[in-house]
Design a protein around this ligand. Structure first.
Ligand code: Q46
Ligand code: ZN
Ligand code: ZN
Length: 304
């Protein structure tokens, strides 16, 4: 297998693009894929302040590395969830901090246990809630809070094509119209002075992100979060993997065909897009008098 560009030995084959590339040309190709997503969806410019949500995994670290290399003003945010199994959270934090130090980049760290006296799994247990649902509410709250407080223009996450296509398949199977209206790789700010949300890795696959990190010497947490076991999204990923094996390019056609036609789903949801209220405790936009984060963590006005 030879590199299509320089005929040197290829290190990766990309059947969905009918392409094989050497290390050097694969590296350049990754930068181009991210640039394509940023430009095609008008995600951000070099003037914007970007907050990259980093988990210590390959996708978010690859994203942060690429944005820094492309000259974007990007800082990281790591949220330590307090997951003790296999030292998962502390190990992810160590790897994220090591990357930030090496890249000489700014990193914000939020430690849930230090702030709230309890880890995510412990709080979920006491509230009889699913860990992932409590985790989602909490991560979203801190991402939004840091972006708002520190004046970021955009929150960027490492979701790749496999993540987006799997979420789309799950939402289509059950016709979740509210989610189908919101699956685009870019969401503009809800109102003036707020921040946008972007997924610049949307043209890259999990395999490509892994190879990118290996080539760049980026150490990342290789284990999945212990709470992701049995997640339905893994089932959809497996189904898509099989389709992709027999029809290379199917995944990309599926997701980007949907993005092109996303207006078909807009406005079909009963709920409005913008929360109409302000949380009485923390002051963030909310669907109820007290937002889901404050009620989850049992917060009262004098505790914020
Ligand atoms: S929600 Fe659930 Fe993830 Fe939180 S507890 Fe782990 S698997 S990290 S995206
Ligand atoms: Zn080459
Ligand atoms: Zn609140």
């Amino acid at each position: 297998m030879k590199c299509r560009i320089c005929r040197a030995k290829a290190i990766i084959s990309l059947p969905q693009h009918n392409l094989a590339l050497c290390a050097e040309h694969f590296d350049a190709w990754m930068l181009k894929r991210v640039t394509k997503a940023i430009e095609e969806f008008g995600m951000f410019s070099k003037e914007d302040k970007i907050l990259v949500a980093v988990s210590g995994g390959k996708d978010s670290l690859a994203l942060w590395d690429i944005l820094l290399r492309l000259g974007y003003d990007s800082s990281g945010l790591y949220i330590n969830l307090g997951i003790k199994e296999g030292d998962y959270s502390d190990e992810s934090e160590r790897l994220t901090t090591a990357f930030a130090n090496r890249a000489n980049a700014e990193l914000y760290v939020v430690n849930i246990e230090q702030l709230h006296g309890m880890s995510i799994p412990d709080k979920a247990y006491t509230k009889k809630r699913k860990t992932c649902s409590l985790c989602g509410v909490t991560k979203r709250y801190y991402m939004n809070k840091i972006a708002r407080d520190m004046g970021f223009d955009v929150i960027a996450t490492g979701h790749n094509l496999d993540d987006q296509a799997a979420a789309l398949l799950g939402n289509m199977l059950f016709w979740k119209m509210d989610y189908l209206a919101k699956g685009a790789p870019y969401s503009p700010p809800m109102k003036a002075g707020e921040f946008a949300k972007a997924k610049p890795m949307v043209y890259c696959t999990e395999k490509e992100d892994t190879v990118y990190c290996l080539l760049r010497g980026i150490a990342y947490i290789e284990r999945e979060c212990p709470y992701s076991k049995g997640a339905t999204s893994l089932r959809w990923k497996r189904a898509l993997f099989e389709m992709e094996e027999s029809s290379p390019g199917a995944k990309q056609a599926f997701y980007f065909g949907y993005v092109k036609n996303i207006d078909l789903f807009a406005g079909k949801d009963e709920k409005e897009d913008v929360p109409p209220l302000t949380c009485r405790v923390c002051g963030t936009p909310s669907w109820n008098e007290v937002c889901s984060f404050c009620s989850t963590w049992d917060l009262h006005v004098d505790e914020i």
